[in-house]
Unconditional design. Structure first.
Length: 255
């Protein structure tokens, strides 16, 4: 009798666990936080890279703020939405609200498991892409520069359909960087994809940090999807009512 009761209750228990996993919750304390500026033709944004012992995360702080305002039913959210619609006619990118390719994505890197999990939103649809960490094939260069007072070395790669020039510092012995750029002997503080995106660190903190947190203020349910299937789906013309497709940082559907 007890075994039958357990089998009946088990699906509900599992469902409760899955629902909890989708709610906002603290994962672990953060050890490092880097703020990056993002510049694209016609757009700008600010991202946070937050690093913990087991998990790191990368997200647009402006996108997260909008989600929190919507969840709290903040009346300022309506004015912000009106401004975003008006931005379509604003010729000066600096006067527009923040926006970037990947604006609604939050990326988590699970160090020991060797995986990325990307929680992506595309026009009301929510996807969870889980993939093994792929280290780009880097070419190390002799060039050096200084970023935030730290010596940085240059490296280049062709990764996921785009060419990147990056600057990393061995002063921060973490083999990670913005987005999915990783695998160098130090933290990437600057990444440039010519004519597409410039990412550059503007501040670094290691004290009084917010914890590494799973964010889902609006309690969305994310459908698991293969990375290549996701790219093919969102790159298909017509995903938006206007007939356009979704822009992503990675454009190579084959790797």
């Amino acid at each position: 009798m007890k075994s039958k009761f357990f089998l009946i209750v088990l699906p509900f228990m599992l469902n409760a666990v899955m629902c909890y996993a989708q709610k906002t919750h603290i994962i672990e304390p953060a050890e490092l936080e880097i703020t990056y500026s993002i510049k694209e033709p016609g757009f700008w944004d600010t991202y946070i890279f937050r690093y913990g012992k087991n998990v790191s995360q990368y997200f647009s702080c402006h996108s997260l703020k909008e989600d929190k305002m919507l969840a709290d039913d903040d009346p300022a959210r309506s004015a912000m939405w009106d401004k975003r619609l008006a931005d379509y006619d604003e010729p000066d990118p600096a006067k527009r609200l923040p926006g970037s390719t990947g604006y609604n994505n939050i990326i988590y890197c699970y160090h020991k498991d060797g995986i990325f999990k990307t929680y992506a939103r595309v026009f009301g649809t929510h996807y969870l892409i889980t993939e093994n960490i792929t280290i780009p094939e880097w070419t190390l260069c002799e060039d050096t520069t200084s970023i935030l007072g730290m010596e940085c070395k240059k490296a280049t790669t062709n990764f996921r359909g785009r060419y990147w020039e990056v600057w990393y510092t061995e002063d921060i012995p973490i083999s990670q960087g913005p987005w999915k750029l990783c695998g160098l002997p130090g933290m990437i503080l600057k990444a440039n994809c010519p004519k597409f995106m410039l990412i550059e660190a503007i501040s670094i903190k290691n004290k009084n940090l917010e914890p590494v947190t799973f964010y889902n203020y609006l309690n969305y349910k994310y459908a698991p999807i293969d990375r290549m299937e996701y790219l093919k789906k969102v790159h298909k013309p017509g995903i938006y009512p206007t007939g356009g497709n979704h822009r992503t940082i990675e454009i190579d559907d084959k790797k």
